[in-house]
Every structure is written in C-alpha cells, then in structure tokens.
Ligand binder design. Structure first.
Ligand code: AP5
Length: 182
C-alpha cells in the first residue's frame, strides 16, 4: 500500500523476484488490457485517465480470476489492491476460498510533494496518460480519502509493516526486505 508514486510497483517487482512469486499489479493488468483494446481495458480506461478508481465489481472480478491461476499456489504479491472497503472484504473472501492468509501488508510512507515530483518526472519522460499534475493530485486525494484509512484494518490484524519510502530505490528495498524478515 502507499500513495501513487510511493514506489509500490518498483519495490513489488524486486520483492516478487527475490521470493519467486507472481507480482500481481491491478494497475499493470488494467494497462495491459487498455493496450490490448479488450472490453475490460475499454471499461477501465475512462476511470484511469481521470484518476478515479475502476469500480469494485470490475476490479474484484479481475483479481478473483488472477488468484485462480495455478502460479499463485506458492504465494503471490498484490500491488495496488485492495484500495476500498469492498476490496478488503472481497480479498478476505478470496483468501478464505483458497485457504490462504496474508503474511504481511507493506505500507510505503512518503512525502506528498516528493511523490508528485516523481510522477511529474515520469510524465516528462514519456510516462502515463494519468500523470498530468492535475490527475496526479486527484489520485493522491483519492488515496488519502479511501485507501489510507484501510491500513488500520491490517494494523489491527498485526500485519501492517510501515516502511519509509523515501531515499534511493535500493535503500528502500533493503528496508522492505528487513520488514518482511528476509
Ligand atoms: P497503479 O498503476 O497502481 O497506479 P498508482 O497507485 O497511481 O501508483 P503508481 O504506479 O503511479 O506509483 P507506485 O506507487 O506504483 O510507484 P512506482 O514504483 O510506479 O493504478 C493506476 C490506476 O489503475 C488507478 O488510478 C486506478 O484507476 C486503477 N486501479 C489500479 N488498482 C485499482 C484498484 N485496486 N481499484 C480500483 N482501481 C484501480 O514509481 C513511481 C515513479 O517513481 C517511477 O517513475 C519510479 O521510477 C519512481 N521511483 C520509485 N521509487 C523511487 C525512489 N525510491 N526514488 C526516486 N524515484 C522513485
């Protein structure tokens, strides 16, 4: 978990490679569908471009299908999911169905202006259609309103590991691995 630009995708890739488990990024799956022009991509694109969340029914169905794939059996890393109360509840149901549990929930903590700056830089480097400054700030607000409060759920369950997301990528990675006990 962590706001847009916190480094979720960057760190998730490193950790999933280290653990040899699939990296399941809802944002990446949506973008692949947008690129492929699938019905799911056409549905998701209008929300993504506006910096809004894709509806829970669409997102939950997509994650359910992904977790049904056999490569998740040894474990998996979710990046950018869950982001709403309905997604937290649905994830709990999916895990119960698979007789699986969450081992850790990582929250990358960052400074708002630093992450806006990272995303503006990514936009300047030919980045994403949702990386205009106006949409970036809307995505930050949505995270603060809807997703940040969800960390309390995982804190109560003793799963939340807060990690400082500021600093060089390899420094943050070392902190994440330490928080996971690796
Ligand atoms: P998603 O792709 O998940 O985007 P996001 O949450 O806005 O996050 P970002 O990918 O922008 O940032 P990140 O935290 O992953 O950081 P990253 O490693 O990329 O979702 C996109 C959209 O899909 C959503 O807005 C929504 O519409 C939809 N969606 C996705 N999941 C959904 C869900 N569950 N429910 C409903 N809708 C959903 O790094 C960012 C930049 O910073 C990069 O350029 C990177 O190189 C750089 N960087 C990373 N780490 C560092 C560092 N330590 N120092 C300096 N630069 C760094």
């Amino acid at each position: 978990m962590g706001p847009p630009g916190a480094g979720k995708g960057t760190q998730a890739l490193l950790v999933s490679e280290r653990l040899g488990i699939p990296h399941i990024s809802t944002g990446d799956i949506f973008r692949a569908n947008v690129k492929g022009g699938t019905p799911l991509g056409q549905e998701a694109q209008k929300y993504m471009d506006a910096g809004e969340y894709v509806p829970d029914s669409v997102t939950n169905a997509m994650v359910r299908d992904r977790l049904d794939q056999p490569d998740t059996a040894p474990g998996f890393l979710l990046d950018g999911y869950p982001r709403t109360v309905a997604q937290v509840d649905e994830l709990a149901a999916m895990l119960a169905k698979h007789d699986a549990v969450l081992d850790h929930v990582i929250e990358l903590t960052v400074d708002l202006e630093e992450v806006v700056d990272r995303l503006v830089k990514r936009a300047g480097a030919g980045g994403r259609t949702d990386d205009s400054e106006e949409v970036i700030r809307h995505r930050q607000q949505l995270y603060a309103d809807q997703t940040a409060p969800l960390t309390a759920v995982y804190q109560e369950q003793g799963l939340l590991r807060r990690v400082d997301g500021l600093g060089a990528v390899d420094e943050v990675a070392a902190r994440v691995l330490a928080a996971l006990g690796i």
